[in-house]
Design a protein around this ligand. Structure first.
Ligand code: CP
Ligand code: NVA
Length: 315
């Protein structure tokens, strides 16, 4: 078996806008194959001898563990670099950091505040750069989300995903990923917390090609109506902690609970990137109930990112 059927050699993954519809779909199919190999206990050392540097300016459970475990399972090695581990924290430039790391490692995964600094890192890197979350995007999460939806429903085209909550990095990446793959995406956010207009318009451009509908509303019921998946995320993302009190008030009517799930298709699934706050953005009965796929979704981070890393980093 060749490593995977899609090659992204010479590319970075900063947002899903960087990939074509076929490339995204192929990553999902490759991830499903890698998942089978791992479950059967078959060796799949497609990145033998390769090293991934993982830079974390923000905290993480899933991203760190899934990338590090994924590299190990692929026969490679991952290097954890927290915010106090690099000279970048003392003023070394992003450009120099990118050039130096490129001499040592075969790929760089970065979780950062500023999306622009990740773009700058990629522009100065000779090795692939993977966005592991910025204030604006979380593309690796959406690869796992779409994989989970594909596994649950058997296909993606023509499906509808409702995202209820903050118009944040998750909302942005979901709109782009869904638009590329022909999944309609309806975002319900409180006034003042809608996704960035430029990103909505970008997603709508992609949607013109795929036939998806990308819309933003302030009414959770409108978004959830007939949806095949209902998605939410924390009301206060990393970096916005100072706004927590006012956000609790602003988002009070945006909880995903049984009443809202009843607006969706009767077979609808519930998704959440995690970490979750039960009693805030989602009720315990929904996230811990039969429609919830959140732990399959978390597991799929491992498989989707392995497929992505092989596509970007294999010889
Ligand atoms: N969903 C996600 O990215 O989780 P972590 O913040 O734990 O990595
Ligand atoms: N929107 C959340 C996602 C965490 C995985 C945050 O940025 O904190």
């Amino acid at each position: 078996m060749t490593a995977t059927s899609v090659s992204l050699k010479g590319k970075h993954l900063l947002t899903l806008a960087d990939l074509t519809k076929d490339e995204i779909m192929q990553i999902i199919l490759d991830a499903i194959k890698l998942k089978e190999l791992q479950k059967k206990g078959e060796t799949h050392h497609y990145l033998k001898g390769k090293t991934l540097a993982m830079i974390f300016e923000k905290l993480s459970t899933r991203t760190r563990v899934s990338f590090e475990t994924g590299m190990f399972q692929l026969g490679g090695h991952a290097l954890f670099l927290g915010k106090d581990d690099l000279q970048m924290g003392r003023g070394e430039t992003v450009e120099d950091t990118a050039k130096v790391l490129s001499r040592f490692v075969d790929g760089i995964m970065i979780r950062a505040y500023s999306h622009e600094s990740v773009v700058q890192l990629a522009n100065n890197s000779d090795v692939p750069v993977i966005n592991g979350l910025t204030d604006d995007y979380h593309p690796c999460q959406v690869l796992a989300d779409l994989m989970t939806l594909y596994e649950a429903k058997g296909n993606l085209e023509g499906k509808k995903l409702a995202y209820v909550g903050d118009g944040n990095n998750m909302a942005h990446s979901l709109m782009i990923g869904c638009a590329k793959l022909g999944v309609s995406c309806s975002i319900a956010a409180p006034k003042g917390y809608e996704p960035k207009q430029a990103i909505v318009e970008r997603a709508q451009e992609f949607a013109k090609e795929s036939g998806a509908v990308i819309e933003v509303t302030n009414d959770p019921k409108v978004a959830a109506n007939g949806a095949d998946a209902v998605y939410t995320d924390v009301w206060t993302s990393m970096g916005w902690e100072a706004e927590q009190e006012e956000r609790l008030k602003a988002f009070a009517d945006f909880q995903v609970n049984s009443e809202l799930m009843a607006e969706a298709d009767s077979e609808a699934v519930f998704l959440h990137c995690l970490p979750a706050h039960r009693g805030e953005e989602v009720s315990a009965e929904v996230i811990d109930g039969p429609q919830s796929l959140v732990f399959d979704e978390a597991e799929n981070r491992l498989h989707a990112q392995k497929a992505l890393m092989v596509a970007l980093m294999a010889d």
